[in-house]
Design a protein around this ligand. Structure first.
Ligand code: KIV
Ligand code: ZN
Length: 545
């Protein structure tokens, strides 16, 4: 049996695999805000990125390693393909973290070897020990993944895993890269790895999976029964294509059904000891932060964090819950930190009250950030009678989107109505060209007119593919949250903003999406999985070890 830490380790890959979701790219400040929140949530490992991808990705991992890890904090991990340059760059970016891990991988399925890597099994048999050994020359904590493991020949897989462990891998990760497996098959695969790899007791067995058939969480829970002790997952289940296994669903399944899972950990059925180290009360806040910053809305019926997950619509259910919550609720909303959105602040609240509330909510802002948050709070309080926690969250998450922005919206004004043509006037500051220009455009509606005017000024080709508005809280003066997604050269970029005026929110969200597009074009990141190592070693390290 593989090494057993006695509980499940939660490996969060929101900032790496999650950020690979179409339109979810994040800037440095946003990555830092999420990493800090993941540390508060209590994840064991943060996969902070793929440092070789671009100097921007290197810097983000490096900064997270510097400020988020800590002696008792999460392990900071970076992804590296099985190549010396990737591994060395990964180590260099992780360097400041007291607890760090290199996660290196190579595909093991014939389909990937033949069509993607153009390598033979023999090649892979020699690359794996060499690269794990190389990673090991930098640090002790080395994870090795067999990409597309669930579609690999099992005997070849066992051989590769054995070699990786002999070379020093301390965690072996089994990805269901294309979300092809079923729970039975995945559990059996983990069972067979435990039975057929002679040195498996020297490593922790980990699983990683995508949700193409909607089975990722079920696959993981089955694998736990057979000894998987690290789960690689993302907040809100974001990730490539249909996403990754969702952290909150896994954690809450292990929490609510502890009585069922305890026996697989050699515990008594009624043992109260948690199966993960996650502080469940931080789940809602983490989910909202990730959704706000990535612009990836959470579907209302999503388990645990969807807006309807704790709403009882039918009279029979409402009646039952009022008599006894347990009739229709298996989770107390407070367990995941879902408060009643109680009114906290108003127009007369001072700066220290705002700071205290933000601190209670887990936001530890610098002096300048607090000044800015307070100014935005005052501005909002002039228009909105009661400021709730959700409003404050919207203010803070908007603030972290601002750095690295080429365009800044200076003015937006619209005129529309049933007897007039919607007309928008916008002024846009270009912080690189140091120009400020104004345009006036007509549109089919006020938002269309605003987008037309912004496009005529920004001059960045794009196609608007999604526009959605929802209210942050209830009431006529609620903040309207707008998410916009635009496409350029097949890539999607999202923008998000909240304001009591939805047209202003739409304009800011559009500018935000344009900024991401411009930033991403400059960044020109390398994708870890769609590029053969031979072709893509174009950013080699300064010196060779
Ligand atoms: O899905 C996958 O196989 C991956 C690996 C790089 C672990 O993300
Ligand atoms: Zn993946």
């Amino acid at each position: 049996m593989s090494k057993d830490p006695g509980r499940v380790l939660i490996f969060d890959t929101t900032l790496r695999d999650g950020e690979q979701s179409p339109g979810a790219s994040l800037n440095l400040e946003e990555k830092l805000a999420i990493a800090h929140q993941l540390a508060r949530l209590g994840v064991d490992v943060i996969e902070a990125g793929f440092p070789f991808a671009s100097p921007g990705d290197f810097k983000a991992v490096n900064r997270i390693a510097e400020v988020v890890g800590g002696e008792n904090g999460p392990i900071i991990c970076g992804l590296a393909r099985a190549s010396k340059n990737d591994i060395k760059t990964c180590y260099e970016s992780l360097c400041p973290a007291p607890r760090k891990r290199i996660h290196t991988f190579i595909a093991t399925s014939d389909i990937h070897l033949k069509h993607k890597l153009k390598k033979t099994r023999k090649d892979v048999l020699s690359i794996v020990p060499e690269m794990v050994n190389y990673a090991k020359s930098f640090l002790d904590d080395v994870e090795f993944s067999c990409e597309d493991a669930s579609r690999s020949d099992p005997d070849f897989l066992y051989e590769i895993i054995e070699l990786a462990i002999s070379a020093g891998a301390t965690t072996i990760n089994i990805p269901d890269t294309v979300g092809f497996s079923t729970p039975n098959e995945f559990g059996e695969l983990i069972d067979n790895i435990n039975k057929n790899v002679s040195n498996i007791d020297e490593a922790v067995l980990s699983v990683h999976g995508h949700n193409d058939l909607g089975l990722a969480v079920a696959n993981f829970l089955e694998s736990v029964k057979y000894g998987a002790r690290q789960l690689e997952c993302t907040i809100n289940g974001i990730g490539e294509r249909a996403g990754n296994a969702s952290l909150e669903e896994l954690v809450m399944a292990l929490h609510v059904r502890r009585g069922f899972f305890n026996k697989f950990f050699g515990r008594n059925q009624d043992s109260p000891t948690p199966l993960t180290a996650i502080r469940t009360e931080e789940i809602t806040k983490t989910s909202r932060l990730v959704s706000n910053l990535t612009g990836m809305n959470v579907q209302p019926n999503k388990a645990i964090v969807g807006a309807n997950a704790f709403a009882h619509e039918s009279g029979i259910h409402q009646d039952g819950v009022l008599k006894n919550r347990l009739t229709y609720e298996i989770i107390d909303a407070k367990t995941i930190g879902l408060s009643d959105n109680k009114i906290s602040l108003g127009k007369l609240s001072g700066r220290s009250a705002v700071r205290a509330r933000l601190e209670e909510m887990g936001y530890d802002l610098s002096r300048e950030d607090l000044n800015e948050a307070f100014a935005r709070f005052k501005e909002l309080a002039d228009r909105k009678r009661e400021i709730t926690d959700r409003d404050l969250e919207a203010i803070v998450s908007e603030q972290v989107q601002l750095p690295e922005s080429k365009f800044q919206l200076k003015l937006v004004q619209v005129s529309c109505g049933n007897n007039s043509k919607p007309t928008a006037t916008v002024t846009l500051l270009d912080t690189e060209e140091l120009t400020e220009e104004t345009a006036v455009s007509l549109g089919t509606g006020p938002v269309d007119a605003v987008c037309e005017a912004l496009n005529s000024l920004a001059n960045v080709p794009n196609e608007l593919i999604e526009f959605s508005v929802k209210s942050v809280t209830e009431g006529i003066d609620a903040l309207g949250e707008v998410t916009i997604r635009i496409r350029n050269k097949g890539k999607i970029y999202s923008g998000h903003s909240a304001d009591t005026d939805v047209v202003v929110a739409a304009a800011n969200a559009y500018v935000n999406a344009l900024n991401r597009l411009v930033f991403s074009e400059k960044k020109n990141s390398l994708h870890p999985q769609f590029d053969g190592i031979n072709k893509s070693i174009r950013r080699s390290s300064k010196s060779n070890k």
